[in-house]
Design a protein around this ligand. Sequence first.
Ligand SMILES: Nc1ncnc2c1ncn2[C@@H]1O[C@H](COP(=O)(O)OP(=O)(O)OP(=O)(O)O)[C@@H](O)[C@H]1O
Length: 264
Amino acid sequence: MTAPQLNGAPLEYAIRIRGLTKHFGTQLIFENLSLDVHAGEILAIAGGSGTGKSVLLRTILGLLPFEAGSVEILGSDFASLSKTERVKIERQVGVLFQDGALFSSLTVLQNVQVPMREHLNLPQKTMDALALLKIAMVGLPPNAAYKYPSELSGGMRKRAGLARALALDPRIVFLDEPTSGLDPIGAAAFDRLIQSLQRTLGLTVYMITHDLDSIFAVCDRVAVLADKHVVREGAPMDLVRDPGHPWVREYFCGERGRQIAKAS
Ligand SMILES: Nc1ncnc2c1ncn2[C@@H]1O[C@H](COP(=O)(O)OP(=O)(O)OP(=O)(O)O)[C@@H](O)[C@H]1O
């Protein structure tokens, strides 16, 4: 695995957020929020319902405006980039939304090719071969390529969404609650898939999750959102040892949290 690079030098931060302030109308969502996502790590974003995990994801992706602060992705301040430069960065980012967000009228193969059609100029045969490779990489059988999303199980739809997120060989992958709706065995298998892809491809993974099993199984660090900013960051075990915030204590040091921590 090669370390991510920026202009030939090792890249320390895949994402760097400083002093982010965001409102919806009069509702303050983030106040002076700062967060580093280290290159090559799997970072979990945790926090209670309504603390802004999805809004932060959409803000980082440039889908929502903000009033103050900066968001740097792969060494570039997104807001200051020209359209062409933005597209270059967007190509290096893959996103798996919660429900997979697949186009229902397209097969899995065609869904995986959507970003290829948008960003690459390749012959159909090459795109077919590439898409089949991505579909195999996420552990789907070859015949899944020709199925429509409605013909797949929830777990298979997530894998198909992941194959699409990997279509352009991104350096950062954003996952929005990847194991929600999966049974524990399916969730553990998905965790292992994410970890093995991360290690093989040297990806940076930014993962919104409520799943303590996932956090302890695969995440290098956790950042906890509460009170309009990141209240705690660290390795999962560090949060158990020193929660430092009531929500973190309740979540990580409750009976279930302690059991999972002990077993991991
Ligand atoms: N488009 C929008 N317009 C106005 N308010 C919004 C919008 N999107 C989100 N919000 C508000 O922003 C706050 C944070 O929402 P967000 O969906 O990010 O929470 P979350 O932490 O992802 O919650 P959950 O864990 O329940 O999914 C909520 O109060 C929500 O109502």
